[in-house]
Ligand binder design. Structure first.
Ligand code: ZN
Length: 229
């Protein structure tokens, strides 16, 4: 196997059996980070390995919360009961396999009623995998789903959400809106951050929000000057 990957044994919270997961060593060299935090590394794409899949019962969830049973675990158990499962996602994954594992985690996440922010996080990673493949239509569809779940998270969940503060999530949503063409709402949200004294304390996000706000304004001005009078 690739020397950047290694395997560990984990117990499935659903069927209790042990299975092998493939993890990425923490020594990748970052090439770039997009405005929605999608990070590209030189050696490989670690998002390929975000989701763990139990090869006994087929349950799939993101690595960071795999061990937690979903709130509606019984629904997932009922669904998987008596199903013949023939999956094995250990070892190096292709882009297609990675997409399949994220879709599985989204499916089980919905069935198990996991938090909206977790579904948002899975959809944004799905979008990033489509971005890598330059499949813009699928990327935008996934970004819109991420927006929808993040919106719900913003209303219902307490911060920090994952490692995101409220302003980080507001900024991220504005960025996703800009990417999917809703520049008006993106600008409205960015203005709220840029004009907020509290947000200034989160220097990095504040600067990113300001930059995106200027960028959208510039785009709009260019469109205005190009439009026929
Ligand atoms: Zn299992």
């Amino acid at each position: 196997m690739n020397d950047l990957l290694y395997t560990v044994n984990k117990q499935c919270p659903l069927c209790q059996k042990m299975f092998t997961v493939t993890k990425v060593r923490n020594k990748l060299q970052m090439v770039k980070q997009d405005s929605d935090f999608c990070t590209t590394y030189q050696e490989l794409n670690p998002y390929y390995y975000t989701v763990w899949v139990c090869n006994h019962c087929g349950y799939a969830a993101q690595d960071t919360y795999f061990a937690d049973l979903p709130p509606a675990a019984q629904q997932v158990k009922n669904f998987l009961k008596d199903k013949k499962v023939n999956v094995n996602f250990s070892g190096p994954r292709t882009s297609e396999q990675a997409i399949d594992t994220i879709k599985l985690a989204i499916y089980f996440g919905g069935l198990g009623q996991i938090q909206a922010s977790r579904l948002g996080g899975l959809y944004i990673k799905l979008a990033w995998l489509y971005r890598e493949k330059q499949d813009q239509e699928s990327e935008h569809k996934a970004l819109k789903m991420a927006q929808r779940y993040y919106e719900e998270a913003l209303e219902k969940e307490n911060f920090p959400i994952g490692n995101m503060s409220q302003y980080t999530l507001e900024y991220l949503m504005a960025d996703l809106m800009n990417r999917t063409g809703d520049t008006e709402e993106a600008t409205r949200r960015l203005s709220r951050i840029v004009n907020n004294h509290q947000a200034r304390l989160e220097k990095r996000i504040f600067e990113m929000a300001k930059e995106l706000w200027y960028q959208i304004r510039q785009q709009n001005n260019e469109e205005d000057t190009q439009a026929p009078v």
